[in-house]
Each structure stands twice: as structure tokens, then as C-alpha cells.
Design a protein around this ligand. Structure first.
Ligand SMILES: [Zn+2]
Length: 245
């Protein structure tokens, strides 16, 4: 009799475990993907979105740095590529990402910034997200001319690192920092040639992603990322909130 009771309780426990697991797996996740060229403001907007939507901001750059710092097995593997000046391969990037988004703070969803970067990464992410929830993709669109103007006009304080822009946020005194009076300088790689090269890489690698997400059945939106920063953000936030209601 005791034995039967023990078996019955085991079965009951297994059932509870099963339903619990099921409930967790079916909790609706909202995954927000921000696409857009370098200089479109993805990082800045992702930080603000994270606060408003109470979803963690997941940046692949941060994840990579974290894995390197903690010397995880994935970080150690990534390092072998970086040490010889190679890009960290797609499968390694996605493994680190999936590792990160399995943390409990990502249960309700997360905001991706800088991922996916290639079509292969997008497909791997899709495979992972299958039936897990809603994916909202927003493309921050900006013209090349504006991006070149934004990036080539950047100035940075030598002392404290505060960023300025010749046109959009100039210092009060020419070439001196408002905060610490340090000297402002222009980074060598913020020139038109380098910016155009970066954009060409982006267009060839990441633009196919835009078509990919457009053609899928998911939610895809374009937000014009030119003009006033807070207006762009309001527009972005409104677009996302409307779509996940
Ligand atoms: Zn300064």
C-alpha cells in the first residue's frame, strides 16, 4: 500500500512539474528587434525603451564583453578568433545570446540592439523564438547623407569624453568643453570615407534583413530617425506600444 501511495505521489508530482513547465513555456514573450545603420541611434533608443517597457536591453557588444570578462567557455572560444583579428562567428554569437536571454529577467521579453546583424543570425534567432511569442521589428531609417553629417560632425572632449556635434549640439565656446574646458577633438575614423565604408558594409550585410522581416508574417515597422531625438523616440515608443497591445 505504501508503495502504491509513493508511486501515486510521484505521478502527481510529475504532473505538477509538467504543467508548471508548460505554463512557463507559454508565457508570452515580446521580443523587440531594432534595425538601422550605424549612427541611427539604436543604442540610445534601446536604453530608453528598456526603461519605458520594463524589458531588458540586450546588446551583443555587452554580452561579448561580459563573456570575455568572466572567461566563460564561450568567451574563451570567442577570444581565439579576436586574438587573430577575426570576427566572432555567428554560431558563437548566437550561443552567447541564447544563454543571456534564458536568464529570468528575459522571461517577459527583451530588446535586441545590434542583433541580428546577418541573415544567418536572423534565421537562427527565428528557430529559437518559434512559438514563443511576439516579435516586433523596427527599422530606424536614416539617409546616408544625414548619417555622414551626424558622424563627421562629432567632437569629443579630450579630458572628460563628453560628446558634442558641430551643428546639432555645439559647445558654447569653440572647441572647448562646456563641462571641464578640456580641448575638443575630432576622431580620425569619423571621416566621410570611413563612414561611407561602414555604411556600405551595413547595406550589404544588414539590409537583406529588412526585406526578410518585411516578407515574414511578423510585425515590421519603419520609423524615420531624422530630426528631433525625443520626437523620434516618442514615435518609436508609440509604434511599439500600439503593436504589442
Ligand atoms: Zn570635458
Amino acid at each position: 500500500m505504501k508503495k502504491i501511495f509513493a508511486i501515486l505521489s510521484l505521478i502527481a508530482l510529475a504532473f505538477v512539474g509538467f504543467f508548471k513547465g508548460e505554463a512557463m513555456a507559454t508565457e508570452k514573450q515580446t521580443v523587440i528587434i531594432l534595425l538601422g545603420p550605424p549612427g541611427a541611434g539604436k543604442g540610445t533608443h534601446a536604453v530608453e525603451l528598456s526603461k519605458k517597457l520594463h524589458l531588458p536591453h540586450i546588446s551583443t557588444g555587452d554580452i561579448l564583453r561580459e563573456n570575455l570578462r568572466k572567461q566563460t567557455p564561450l568567451g574563451e572560444r570567442a577570444k581565439t578568433f579576436m586574438d587573430v583579428g577575426k570576427l566572432v562567428p555567428d554560431d558563437l554569437v548566437i550561443q552567447m545570446l541564447l544563454d543571456r536571454v534564458s536568464d529570468t529577467d528575459c522571461q517577459k521579453g527583451y530588446i535586441l540592439d545590434g542583433f541580428p546583424r546577418t541573415l544567418a543570425q536572423a534565421k537562427m534567432l527565428d528557430e529559437h523564438l518559434k512559438n514563443r511569442g511576439e516579435v516586433v521589428t523596427v527599422n530606424l531609417s536614416v539617409s546616408d547623407d544625414l548619417l555622414v553629417e551626424r558622424i563627421t560632425g562629432r567632437l569629443v572632449c579630450k579630458k572628460c569624453g563628453t560628446p558634442y556635434h558641430k551643428v546639432f549640439s555645439p559647445p558654447k565656446k569653440d572647441s572647448l568643453c562646456d563641462r571641464c574646458q578640456g580641448e575638443l577633438y575630432h576622431r580620425d575614423d569619423d571621416n566621410e570615407k570611413v563612414v561611407k565604408e561602414r555604411l556600405a558594409v551595413y547595406r550589404s550585410q544588414t539590409e537583406p534583413l529588412i526585406n526578410y522581416y518585411k516578407e515574414k508574417k511578423g510585425l515590421f515597422y519603419e520609423v524615420l530617425a531624422a530630426g528631433n531625438k525625443s520626437e523620434i523616440f516618442e514615435n518609436l515608443l508609440h509604434t511599439i506600444q500600439k503593436s504589442i497591445k
